[in-house]
Design a protein around this ligand. Sequence first.
Ligand code: PBG
Length: 324
Amino acid sequence: MLEGPYPRPRRLRRTPAMRRLVRETSLAPADFILPLFVTHGDTGPIPTMPGISRLDVKGCVQEAREAAALGIAGVLLFGIPTRKDAEASGAVDPHGPVAQAIAAVKEEVPGLVVITDVCLCSYTDHGHCGVLDGHTISNDATLPRLARMATMHAAAGADIVAPSGMMDRMVVAIRSGLDEGGFEDVAVLSYSAKYASAFYGPFRDAASGAPQFGNRKTYQMDPANVREALREVALDVQEGADMIMVKPALACLDVICRVRAQVPDMPLWAYNVSGEYAMVKAAAQLGLADEKSAVLEVLTSIKRAGADRIITYHAIEAASWLGA
Ligand code: PBG
């Protein structure tokens, strides 16, 4: 039995003002990074991602402008090529949609940070994140292509390149390529711990990047593992990553928490992925959850777990709710 007055935690939850006073985690528009899909091909809504569209370069600039006006920190660009091949040649095309979108956004919305996804999967006709040797994904043959892709993005004006292909030594290959090209100032955000997740489905529709055979389990991580994530992070830090990412976010809150403890001095981001987005949208549409509360709770939980910034398709809506 406790001696003396009984503790009453509810005292600090009594009014909105009291709750605000003791709140441990807060969200701000600057916590969010908005992913954008840019193409020279068909534009328009993505059926599996309500509210998100494939954009042309002009549409991309418009979205970027809206994001900046709401206080969002940056955009993450994904390219959807009109042509795919075994070598992913579209990935290094300096006239492709990504290169043009980088230049246009930097020119028109200079205050926004421009980040690019560096991966071959939407550019390969087989849909894997690396080039093939038979039916295996060749790690080391992929590296120079990733380095060239990153350098092309840097030349177009990207501030940060974000390799997402889970190839071993991709960070050091990209860092060396950037430095040799004179792009020492361009930062690398590594998708260090990226899992073979069921929550990327809608994205693969959006970018038409589903693998044509097999799956991504020989390079993306097994969702059952967390110690392995710590090892991936340690390697990326050694290889020269400036920032670290965990992906997906909501299914990996414990991973975010463990990585945060392992690298307290590194910027740590989390990717609230397409399937996590679509799940909340679907629940809201079915009347199973209040959308605004659910979205803000999800984003708060990701920050509370230890992420500094969140890449999220909810960015525009969440930023406008927070600002309102
Ligand atoms: C490319 C890439 C993917 C995502 C981001 N970069 C797809 C994948 O790895 O299958 C998923 C993003 C999302 O689901 O929102 N490798």
